[in-house]
Design a protein around this ligand. Sequence first.
Ligand code: GAR
Length: 218
Amino acid sequence: MPTSAPPVRLAVLVSGSGTNLAALLEAIDRDPAFGAEVVVVGADREDAGGLRRAEDRGIPTLARPLASGDDRGAWEARLRRDIEAHDVGVVVLAGFMRILTATFLDAWPQRVVNTHPSLLPAFRGAHAVEEALAHGVKVTGCTVHLVDEEVDHGPIIAQEPVRVADDDSAASLHERIKDVEHRLLPASVAALCQGLLEVDGRHVRWRTPAPPSRQEHA
Ligand code: GAR
């Protein structure tokens, strides 16, 4: 009888409300073949809504605030140790607004995934939605990618466009981008955990099934 691999143990890092964390948890609940479980949720701020979502579900949490003047390297090393203590195989950045360097990333080579609210390489950084609006682009979107040492730069797992409306505010546009992220991030994490992604330099190929639909979101 074939034995199925144990689920990959995920850490999810958040800074904000955690709607992407919620979408990931729901996708895992829905799909018995997802191949992963969230074993710890971390944040760089005590008041991150994502921590409350995790607590509500009985998932262990850790808050590791970083104050100005703190030693960044020491903070990253501690975060890494605290996550390693949960025997984690993949780390998901779901709205985590801190830059992570090799001090952290070396523990999970090609196993740290980020979701970003633009079509990279356009509009890297913490204000992607506002900058896309200010630039007057007609289409933006979201990108799920593997994290490397450059900000919002690593190999792209999935992308999907979202149209910008003339009357969009940053909030309304971000909501539509999040709707897409809520589908694309879980699908990407599942593919990674199921061994369906081949990484060749900057190129990520989906073995099967194909990445989720690429319809546009008006
Ligand atoms: C998401 O849109 C995510 O792409 C973005 O923060 C939001 C978190 O929303 N991340 C970045 O901008 C990282 N550069 P959530 O807390 O509701 O999941």
